[in-house]
Design a protein around this ligand. Sequence first.
Ligand code: PMP
Length: 443
Amino acid sequence: MSHLVHRSLRSNPPLAVSGQGIYVRDAAGHTIIDGSGGAAVACLGHGHPRVIAAMKAQIDTLCYAHTSLFSCESAEKLADKLVGHAPGGLTHAYFCSSGSEGNEAALKMARQYFLEIGQPQRRHFIARRQSYHGNTLGALAAGGNAMRRAPYAPILSDAFSHVSPCYAYRDRADSESDADYVARLAAELEAEFQRLGPDTVIAFIAETVVGATLGCVAGVPGYFEAMRAVCDHHGALLILDEVMSGVGRCGTMHAWEQEGIRPDIQVIAKGLGGGYQPIGGILVHGRVIEGLNGGSGSFMHGHTYQAHPVACAAALAVQEVIEQDGLIANVQAMGRLLEQRLTERLGNHRNIGDIRGRGLFWAVEFVTDRATRTPFDPALKLNERVKREAFDRGLACYPMGGTIDGRLGDHAILAPPYIVDAAQIEMIVERFGDAIDAAIASI
Ligand code: PMP
C-alpha cells in the first residue's frame, strides 16, 4: 500500500523509475512515451545531460542563499536571460517554486503597485470562467474552474469575479464573425468593469492559451488586443498566466507574442525548469517596477525558497539548451506535423468535435455527436478511459474534463517535449488515436 496522498487506492499510477529523452520507464519494465511532458512540463524530456551537469555544478558550489541576505549567480543570470533584452517591456523577474506561487506573486504585486502609486481603492480582479491559475487560495479564487472551486467556495476571496473565456468552439454562434465575437466579449469585460466601478479594478487575468481547463484554447484573432484595450482604458493591469503555454510551448518564447499585445505581469513555470527543479516566476513590466520603486522600493512578498540557486541553475540550463539547440524552431516544425497528423487521424472521427492548439500544445475535445457538440456523460469518465488505454499502448497523455463547470466535455492534451522528432510524432499520434478508439469502444 502506498502512503502517498496522491497515490490513493482509486488512482494507482505506474511507478516511474527512470526517464531518458521522451521516454519514461516504469517499475514493471514498460517504456512509456511522455507525450504530454507530464502536464506540459518536461520541455526537454528526461535526463538531459547539460541540465543535470548544471544542477550538479550548482549543488557542488552553493545549494542555498536566502534572498533577504544574498543574491546568487544562477538567479541573476536566469533573470538576465529572460528579461535582459526587455521583451515587450518586461524588465524584471521574480522566481518562486511553482505556477500557483507565481500567480500569487502576480496578484499581490499588482495590488501593491496601485497602493504605491496612490490608487488604494483598486481592490478587484477580473478573471475568466473555465480557467485555472493554481491551487493555493489566491490562485484558486482567481481560477474559474467550478469543480475545483466548489469545495472551498466559502473560504475563497471575493475580490475576484469572472467573465466568459474566449472559447469559440462552444461559445461563438455559427453566424457570428470573429470580430463580432470579440466585440461581444469586450463588451462583457467593459460591463464588468462598470459593475465593479472601473477605478476599483486592479487587473484582468487570463491564460494566453487556456491549458487544462479547456484544453489548448487560444483566443480568436483580435481577442487579446480588445481585452488589453479595455484594461488600458481603465488604467488596469493585464496579467497573463503562461504557466502552461509559455516558454516556447506554443512556438514562440512567449505565447503573447502571437497576440499583438504584451502583459504587465506574466506568470511562467512549467517550461521554465522543464521539471528538473520546482520553479516558477513572474516577468514584470518596467512600469510596474517603477511604481514599486517610486514607493516602498520593495515587493512585500516572498518565500524562503524563492530564487533558489539550484532551481535557477536548472532553469538557466534549460533555457540555454532551448536557445542553443534552436528548439523553438523545432516546436514550430513538429507542431505543424502534429497538427497535420492529428487532423488526418482524428479530423473525421465521429467523436472528436474539435482539434486545436499551438506549437507543441494540442488537444482534442470529445463529443457524442459532432453536429450538436454534445459532451459525453461525465459519469462515463471518458478521460480516465483514454488515459488508461493510452498507457496500455505506451503513451502518457493528459486527459481532463468530465465535470468541469457541468457543461464541458472531456478533452485530452498532447504536449510532447521540444526535442521530439518526426518519427516520434508519428508514434504518438498512432497510439493516441488507437487509445481514443479503444476508450470509446469500451463505453
Ligand atoms: N496556471 C496554469 C495555467 C496552470 O496550468 C497551472 C498548473 N496546471 C498552474 C497555474 C499552477 O501551477 P502549479 O501546479 O505549478 O502550482
